[in-house]
Design a protein around this ligand. Structure first.
Ligand SMILES: *Cc1c(COP(=O)(O)O)cnc(C)c1O
Length: 463
């Protein structure tokens, strides 16, 4: 059932040209094309990616969680085209432009709020998620430096968390596969227990697990008085860590602990933002406002790289001074690129005009129904959902105790089996998940569920 890579001469030509010059991300290149298929894509349309051989692939992972409303969504494409005839790029130091200004205003108006807290009032742009995380970390540290609290040099991150691949972001990530080799280069972060409900003890509730993890965070604060400048976390959903989900209670406690110890809370909503968890931002579900909010991925609807870091007046004001050194001198050439900002504005327009969050509730309900039968599968230890994300935890036994050995590469086998059936599922280890574009319809969801079951069975049989 595996797609024959030689099925189309045109696709094969692109494949060969690619492999002679392109080095792909997150890939052991030696596995291409025999162990790992390489699929040249000619175009995209709605939830579909379409190969040069005309084959259709249902994009069930939204092209690494970036795509919101389908590929080549015409309203976003048109906004970029309009902007391109007007202003394609200008440096954002000393200059400004309408899309960057309007986008900042609109993001701040939509950002999470919390009674009794001054709202987020400033937006700093960067050009990808990892860069946004770097900005947030540097800002938090620099704030305390400017205030003379030079002992605050440590970051707390969560076990099993992920914040990107640059060295600063990798330092606060806890996924051994990405981090291990570079460990000697990384600043030393403090890791607090993950609130991940899947790791709950037998009989322990998700809320109980969240409480326990929060106690661990409290412990870290006690052990490092006056040293911690910020806690960084992915609210509600640790995505790259295997779509692990936690109770909103944890965010409330993390917020309280940060306040009690004078540290910032950085919410990395790069993956969870823009409706993925059922609300526009995941923090809303805990009623928590972070001091720094990192956004990227869905920010432009999946069209262009852009990130934004939203923060408070209090943090911003600490950088105002006569000296250049106190200023936040961080910059990227494409900071606040007008085309990307125009794409983001069109994305926000669609959220408003199409009532996306409300419509997603229906789609998430269909996903829930389709996922329910998987709980009876003998090799599925857990089926979980947060909003528009459903995850299936594969295991040798459904009692959760025995994972498949890594060497069996069950995830890879599932990936290939699904691709051969025209669906892009890209498991994280042995976690198979659905994170589709919001435009996915009921027929496509039914195809997704049916293919997922077949691919899991075939993948396990191969292992
Ligand atoms: C993807 C991701 C990042 C990194 O974003 P890039 O644009 O890939 O650099 C950071 N944090 C989270 C939570 C992510 O999912």
């Amino acid at each position: 059932m595996l797609a024959d890579p030689a099925s189309s001469p045109l696709a094969e030509q692109w494949r060969q040209r690619d492999l002679s010059v392109v080095w792909h991300p997150c890939t052991q290149m030696r596995e291409h094309p025999h162990t790992l298929p390489l699929i040249p894509i000619a175009r995209g349309e709605g939830a579909w990616l379409i190969g040069h051989d005309g084959r259709h692939y249902l994009d069930a992972v939204s092209s690494w969680w970036t795509n919101l409303f389908g590929h080549t969504e015409p309203r976003i494409g048109a906004a970029i085209a309009r902007q391109a005839t007007c202003l394609e790029q200008v440096m954002l130091a000393g200059f400004s432009h309408e899309p960057a200004i309007t986008l900042a205003e609109r993001l701040l108006a939509l950002a999470p709020r919390q009674p009794g807290r001054a709202p987020l009032t400033k937006v700093f742009y960067a050009d990808n998620g990892s860069a946004g995380v770097e900005v947030a970390l540097k800002m938090a540290f620099h704030y305390f430096h400017n205030r003379g609290e030079t002992g605050r040099t440590r970051f707390v991150a969560l076990e099993n968390g992920y914040h990107g691949e640059t060295l600063g972001a990798l330092a606060v990530g806890d996924i051994p596969l990405y981090r291990r080799v570079y460990a000697p280069l990384l600043a030393e972060a403090l890791f607090a227990p993950s609130p991940d409900a899947y790791q709950a003890a037998p009989g322990q509730t998700a809320a109980g697990r969240a409480q326990q993890a929060a106690d661990g965070l409290a412990d870290l604060f006690e052990r490092h008085p006056g040293q911690i400048c910020a806690v960084i976390l992915e609210p509600l959903l640790q995505c790259a860590g295997g779509m692990r989900m936690h109770d909103p209670l944890y965010l409330k406690r993390a917020r309280e602990l940060c306040d009690a110890h004078g540290a910032f809370l950085i919410a990395d909503e790069i993956a969870t933002g823009f409706g993925r968890t059922g609300t526009l931002f995941a923090c809303e579900q805990a009623g928590v406002m972070p001091d720094l909010l990192c956004l990227s991925k869905g920010l432009t609807g999946g069209f262009l790289p852009l990130s934004a870091v939203l923060t408070t007046q209090r943090l911003y004001d600490a950088f105002l001074d006569d000296s250049r050194e106190r200023a936040f001198l961080h910059s990227h050439s494409y900071t606040g690129n007008p085309l990307a900002c125009a794409a983001a504005l069109a994305t926000l327009d669609i959220f408003a005009s199409d009532d996306v969050i409300a419509r997603n509730r229906g789609t998430a309900g269909v996903m829930r129904e389709l996922a329910a039968p998987f709980t009876d599968h003998p090799h599925i230890a857990d089926v979980r959902q947060t909003g528009m994300v459903v995850a299936f935890e594969l295991a040798r036994d459904s009692d959760r105790t025995t994972p498949f050995p890594a060497s069996a590469r069950v995830g890879l086998h599932v990936y290939r089996a699904a691709l051969a059936r025209g669906v892009v599922l890209r498991p994280l280890g042995d976690v198979v998940y659905w994170m589709p574009p919001y435009c996915i319809d009921d027929a496509q969801l039914a195809l997704l569920a049916q293919t997922t079951l077949a691919a899991i069975n075939e993948g396990i049989a191969c292992a």
